[in-house]
Design a binder for this molecule. Structure first.
Ligand code: FAD
Length: 488
C-alpha cells in the first residue's frame, strides 16, 4: 500500500489525511502540538469555554462530505444548527441592524433600516450569486496551476464573462457605486475581512463572499467550533489514520527531485508522497532550506492578523447574538492603519462572538463567554505589549459607549491571543489568519499551488495555499490534493 506523510493536523491536514486514506494510502500525520485542529482549538478558563480561532461556520456540507466518503452518517459525529440571525450590527449613533439569514427578509429589513431601495439590494445580491456561480469551479474547486483547468467549459465561461466579475475595481468602489447609505457600504465592505484583506484594495469580485453566507447560511456546531476539527480527527482515527502529536517536522527529505519523506525531532519517515499543511512560508524557509524557493509567492503581502480578548462576563446581554459587530466610525482609516501603518487604529471595529448564546454550558449561569476580536496587522516586530494595552482601553471604551455599560467591572476572567501567539501556536507566518492577503487582483494566481513544480510527490494544503484561508477553502484544498496525487 502506498504511504503518505501529512505535516500538520490543522483542518486542511486532517481533511487531506481522510481524502488520501479513502483512495488507498496509509497515512501518518505529524503534528507539532499536543492536539489536532491547529487554529481550530478550544480553551477552558475558570468555568468558561472559548473557541480560540474561527467562530463563523459556513458551507457545512464540505464537512459532511468527509463523513459521507466513508459512508458514515455525519450526524452521528457532528451536529450543527442553522442560524436565523447572521449578525447583529451596531453603530455609535445608536443605529442597530440584525442581519437575517433569509435573503428576502434581509433585503426588506436592510432597505428599511438604511433607506435603500429593495431593488438595489436584490440586484446586488443576485449579482454576487452570479459571480460565485461563474467562478467557484475555477477559483475554488480546481488547481489554478494545471493546464486541464483552463480547458474546461467552466473556465471558458468564466473567462468570457470576466468583464462582469469586477476584478479591475475594489470592493469598496463597487459597494459605494451600489449604495447611498454609508452604513450599508460599511456592512458589505466588512466581507473583505473574511480573507484578511482590505475592502479598499481587494477586488470587487469579493462581493461574492456575502453570497456564501446568504445562500448556504451560517451555522453553529453543537459543542462549539472545535467540534469541526475534533469530529473529523475522530473519524480519521477510526479509519486508521495515524496521528503523532508533539512531533515537529524539521526537514522534508528530497532525493533526485522527489520528496521521499520527512524528518521530525523524533525520527525519520519514508513516504511515497508528502503533504505540508504547515504555512507555506515556513515550509520553504525551515523544511526545504536547500531547495529553490518561489520568491514571488513567498513575498506576497500577508493577510491581517487578530488581537483577541477572551473574557468571562458576569452578566447576560439580550441585545447581543452569537455574532456581533460594533463598527468603527472611520473604516478607511482603520484599514489604512492595519495595512499601511501596520498598527492598530484607535477606533477599531469590534467583533464579539458569544457561544454561550447557543451552548449554555460554555459559561456559568447568568454569565457569557465573550470572544472579542479586532483586526490587526501581522507581527512585524511592533511593541505588542504597548499596542495591547492601548487596544484594550479603546475596545472597552467603545463597548461602554455603544452598549451603555461599565464593562471593566463585568470582566471576571481574561485570556489574550495576539499575532505572536498565533504564530507560536500554529507556525502561521507573521500570525496571519488567512495566509496571503487578497489585496490585489493577482492574489488568487500568486497563491502557492497545491503541488510542487520542482519536487515530485510533494503537495500542499491549508489556508496559506490555493484556494485560500478559512475553513471551507482549507477543506477544498484537501479535495484538490486528493485529486492531484497519484492513484495506485
Ligand atoms: P492550521 O490551523 O494553520 O494548522 C497548521 C498545523 O500545522 C498546526 O497544528 C501546527 O502546529 C502544525 N505545524 C506547523 N508546523 C509544523 C511542523 N514543522 N511539524 C508538525 N506540525 C506543524 N476561518 C473561518 O472559516 N471562519 C472564521 O470565523 C475564522 N476566524 C478566525 C479567527 C482566528 C482568530 C484565526 C486564527 C483564524 C480564523 N479563521 C477563520 C481562519 C481559519 O482558522 C484557518 O484558515 C484554518 O483553520 C487554517 O487551517 P490549516 O489547515 O491551514 O491549518
Amino acid at each position: 500500500m502506498p504511504n503518505a506523510i501529512v505535516i500538520g493536523a490543522g483542518i486542511g491536514g486532517i481533511a487531506t489525511a481522510l481524502r488520501l486514506k479513502k483512495i488507498g494510502y496509509e497515512v501518518t500525520v505529524l503534528e507539532a502540538n499536543s492536539y489536532p485542529g491547529g487554529k481550530l482549538h478550544t480553551k477552558d478558563v475558570n468555568g468558561y469555554r472559548f473557541d480560540l480561532g474561527p467562530s463563523l461556520f459556513t458551507m457545512p456540507h464540505l464537512v459532511d462530505e468527509l463523513f459521507q466518503l466513508f459512508e458514515v452518517e455525519p450526524q452521528s459525529f457532528f451536529q450543527y444548527s442553522k442560524k436565523n440571525v447572521i449578525c447583529n450590527y451596531f453603530w455609535e449613533d445608536g443605529t442597530t441592524f440584525s442581519a437575517n439569514g433569509n435573503s428576502d427578509v434581509f433585503i426588506k429589513e436592510a432597505a428599511k433600516t438604511f433607506g435603500e431601495s429593495e431593488t438595489h439590494l436584490k440586484d446586488y445580491i443576485t449579482g454576487n450569486a452570479k459571480k460565485y456561480d461563474l467562478t467557484a469551479a475555477l477559483f475554488l474547486e480546481k488547481s489554478l496551476h494545471k493546464v486541464n483547468t483552463y480547458l474546461s467549459s467552466d473556465t471558458v465561461k468564466a473567462i468570457l464573462q470576466i468583464g462582469k466579475l469586477d476584478v479591475d475595481t475594489t470592493l469598496n468602489t463597487i459597494n459605494e457605486k451600489t449604495f447611498q447609505s454609508r452604513k450599508l457600504v460599511q456592512l458589505f465592505n466588512r466581507f473583505a475581512t473574511y480573507n484578511g484583506s482590505s475592502p479598499y484594495q481587494t477586488p470587487g469580485i469579493m462581493s461574492m463572499i456575502p453570497h456564501l453566507e446568504m445562500h448556504y447560511g451560517t451555522f453553529f456546531p453543537k459543542g462549539g467550533m472545535v467540534q469541526i476539527s475534533k469530529s473529523l480527527y475522530e473519524l480519521a482515527v477510526r479509519q486508521g489514520v495515524i496521528f503523532k502529536f508533539n512531533e515537529r517536522v524539521q526537514h522534508i527529505k528530497v532525493e533526485d527531485k522527489k520528496a521521499v519523506g520527512a524528518v521530525s525531532d523524533k525520527r525519520d519517515y519514508m513516504a511515497d508522497i508528502t503533504v505540508s499543511n504547515m504555512d507555506i512560508f515556513p515550509t520553504y524557509k525551515n523544511l526545504l532550506q536547500d531547495q529553490p524557493h518561489p520568491t514571488k509567492v513567498l513575498e506576497q503581502e500577508r493577510s491581517s492578523s487578530a488581537l483577541i480578548f477572551y473574557w468571562g462576563i458576569s452578566r447576560e446581554f439580550p441585545e447581543l447574538d452569537l455574532h456581533n459587530i460594533l463598527f468603527s466610525e472611520n473604516y478607511k482609516e482603520e484599514f489604512s492603519a492595519i495595512f499601511n501603518d501596520r498598527t492598530i487604529y484607535n477606533d477599531p471595529t469590534i467583533y464579539i462572538n458569544i457561544t454561550s448564546k447557543e451552548e449554555h454550558g460554555d459559561a456559568p449561569a447568568g454569565h457569557e463567554n465573550w470572544f472579542v476580536m479586532i483586526n490587526v496587522p501581522g507581527n512585524y516586530g511592533q511593541d505588542w505589549e504597548q499596542l495591547k494595552t492601548a487596544a484594550r482601553e479603546w475596545i472597552i471604551s467603545k463597548i461602554n459607549s455603544v452598549l451603555g455599560v461599565d464593562l471593566e467591572g463585568l470582566i471576571t476572567t481574561e485570556h489574550i491571543l495576539d499575532p505572536i501567539g498565533i504564530e507560536r501556536d500554529t507556525s502561521s507566518y507573521r500570525g496571519a489568519l488567512y495566509g496571503a492577503a487578497s489585496n490585489s487582483k493577482f492574489a488568487a494566481f500568486l497563491r502557492h499551488p497545491n503541488f510542487s513544480n520542482s519536487i515530485k510527490n510533494l503537495y500542499f494544503c491549508g489556508g496559506s495555499v490555493h484556494p485560500g484561508g478559512g475553513i471551507p477553502l482549507c477543506l477544498l484544498s484537501a479535495k484538490i490534493v486528493g485529486d492531484l496525487v497519484p492513484k495506485f
